[in-house]
Every structure is written in structure tokens, then in C-alpha cells.
Design a protein around this ligand. Sequence first.
Ligand SMILES: [Zn+2]
Ligand SMILES: [Zn+2]
Ligand SMILES: [Zn+2]
Length: 108
Amino acid sequence: MNVLRRMLCSIGLHAGQWFLPGSRCESQRVCTVCGKLSEKVRHSWTEFAYVAAGGCEQVRRCERCSATESRPEHDWGPWFYTNMEFSAPQAHRCRRCHQTEKTIYTMR
Ligand SMILES: [Zn+2]
Ligand SMILES: [Zn+2]
Ligand SMILES: [Zn+2]
């Protein structure tokens, strides 16, 4: 039994209960078999929301510890060819910030 438990520890499957210290979002666990301290972060994020009209940065906030995280989220229009040549690259334009992105190789 103990041997099996230690085998599980060696592949990262530790035993014990996670607990939240204070109001932050880090959980900690001390393994009851090998004593290893593990930590994981689990924020309770709100939905991503745009910061400004006409901009594409979105922000979300953790309701518990007020950490923030941002990402760009463009509202791309349809792809179009930038010229009439056979090997023309394609481009699309963001409907919010009017940035354009060109590509030859990648289609999303
Ligand atoms: Zn362990
Ligand atoms: Zn948090
Ligand atoms: Zn944009």
C-alpha cells in the first residue's frame, strides 16, 4: 500500500487536501505521504470585456484577488485578396481598430 502510494508520488500524483491560504487564489497542499508542498493558482475570472470602444484589448479580472489579465481580441472581417495577381497574399481588417493583417501561409 505504502509502496504503491510512493509510486504514485513519484509520478506526481500526491495525496492530501488542497486548502486556500487567506483570500488569495493560490491553493497549497502538503502531501501526506512524502511531505511535498504543491501549489496551484486558480483565479475566479470574470468574462473578458473590451477596455475601450475602438480598441481591441480585452481585460478580465479575478473577483477574489483582483489580478488582471489582458489579451488582444480582434473582430476580423472576411479575408480578401490584396491584389489581382495569382499569388496575391490575403488580408483581413479588424472591424474595431481597423488594423489589417496579411498572410500567405496561414488561414484562420
Ligand atoms: Zn507525495
Ligand atoms: Zn485570483
Ligand atoms: Zn482590432
